[in-house]
Structures are given as C-alpha cells and as structure tokens.
Design a protein around this ligand. Structure first.
Ligand code: CA
Length: 236
C-alpha cells in the first residue's frame, strides 16, 4: 500500500519541493498551507506521516501536534524548523513529534528520515496488532488464553499437558462443531493414518476433569455418540 504523507508548510517553494521529491519516491502527498488546514487534513485524510512546519499561519506546528495527540491521533510527525525559529527540540518531542529537521535540508535527507520514521511506526503497529488480537475464550467461569498457554476456572489455574491444551484450543476454535476422533487425531496428533483413537478419549476425559464442574455431566465437552466430540458453548 502506498503511504500517504501530509506536508504542512506555508512556504510554497518548500512545499512544492517536498511534494515533488515525495511523489518521486512513490508516496501520495497531501499539502496544507496553514496550521488549521493541516490539522483538518491530518484528521480527514488519515496520512501515514506528517511533515509539519513549526511556524505556520493560523495555528503553529506545536499546537497542531498537541491537538492531534489530545485527539489520540498518533500519526508520526516530523517537525520542520527554520534555524532561527526558537524551537525547543525537547519540547517538540515532548508534545509528541517523532523527529525534527532543521531547514535548510536536502531532499535526500528528508526522504531518509521519512523512511526511517515510517519503518519505526510500522513496527510499533504490528506489535500493537499482535497484542490486540490475542485470542481469548471465555465461557462463564472458564477462561482460556491460547497464546499464553493458560486457562482458569474461576480463580483456579488449570493444569494441562501440552497435548491436552492443544486439544482444548482446537475444540474451542471449532466450538459448536462435531469433530470425529479421526479429525482430532489428525489435527492435534498429526496422525494422517488411522491411529488408536483411544488416545483422544483419554485426553478428553482429562480435559473434562479440569474444566467441567461435574465430569460425568459435562457442560462443555459433549460426547456425540457414534461420531466424536463437540465443545458446546453453554447457554449461560
Ligand atoms: Ca513556516
């Protein structure tokens, strides 16, 4: 996907130069010529990166930066400053800028910074996404965290062997579906021949001892006579 860069710069010659170079490098470019328009476009256009001039009409770069962070918009920002701007670099970074550059800068320098900041922000995003999509299963008292290899029944920590846990997770992934013993053997034990299916029964009974209040009257793992098993989401 093409990265979109918002350039907020009131000096037309600089804006044009940046636009030209960024487009040459394959980026989509949006231009804003004052701070207010910059803030507006940063929200509306959802750019992947902002090149944000410090001294701007209507609203300066610091304010734009601050407003965006207040709105929880975490688009990476590279602040552009003139040598004679009284810019406290530390303050800029505290306000949420990711990097800064002092004018005059060469287009090559800008491209290198843009690339670096984008790369950094992509890495952070991936990490966030991974955290975000951690799969959990929760049915009343029973909670299973496949990625952490943890399961709880209320406050109680459940103990499984790796295979038992794998079987449980597989049942959960296919909850409310009937799975035959052969299917379970091949998915969990990777037997692609007809193995001894009793191993499945033994593991199921261990799972029941852990997760069921009464393993003789299982609420979760049901036996489907003549077929196999099913993890049933109980109606709570
Ligand atoms: Ca300016």
């Amino acid at each position: 996907m093409t990265n979109k860069i918002l350039v907020v710069e009131d000096e037309i010659s600089i804006a044009t130069l940046l636009q030209y170079n960024l487009q040459q490098a394959g980026y989509d470019v949006v231009i804003a010529n004052d701070g207010k328009d910059g803030l507006h476009k940063a929200i509306l256009e959802k750019p992947d990166l902002l090149l944000l001039d410090l001294m701007l009409p209507k609203m300066d770069g610091m304010e734009v930066c601050k407003e965006l962070r207040i709105k929880k918009i975490n688009t990476p920002i590279i602040m552009l400053t003139a040598k004679d701007d009284e810019f406290d670099k530390v303050l800029g970074l505290e306000l949420g800028a990711d990097d800064y550059m002092t004018k005059p800068f060469s287009p090559r320098e800008v491209m290198a910074r843009v690339k670096a900041v984008l790369r950094r922000s992509k890495v952070t995003e991936v990490v966030k996404e991974e955290e975000h999509i951690e799969q959990t299963y929760s049915f009343g008292q029973l909670q299973v965290f496949p990625d952490r290899f943890e399961a709880f029944l209320g406050e109680e920590v459940l103990e499984f062997t790796p295979k038992e846990f794998e079987l449980l997770v597989y049942l959960l992934e296919n909850k409310n579906r009937v799975l035959t013993r052969d299917q379970l053997l091949s998915a969990v034990w990777h037997y692609d021949f007809a193995g001894d299916t009793r191993i499945v029964d033994v593991h199921i009974s261990h799972l029941r001892e852990q997760i069921e209040e009464n393993s003789r009257k299982p609420k979760f793992i049901k036996t489907i006579r003549g077929l196999g098993y099913k993890f049933e989401e109980p109606k709570l």
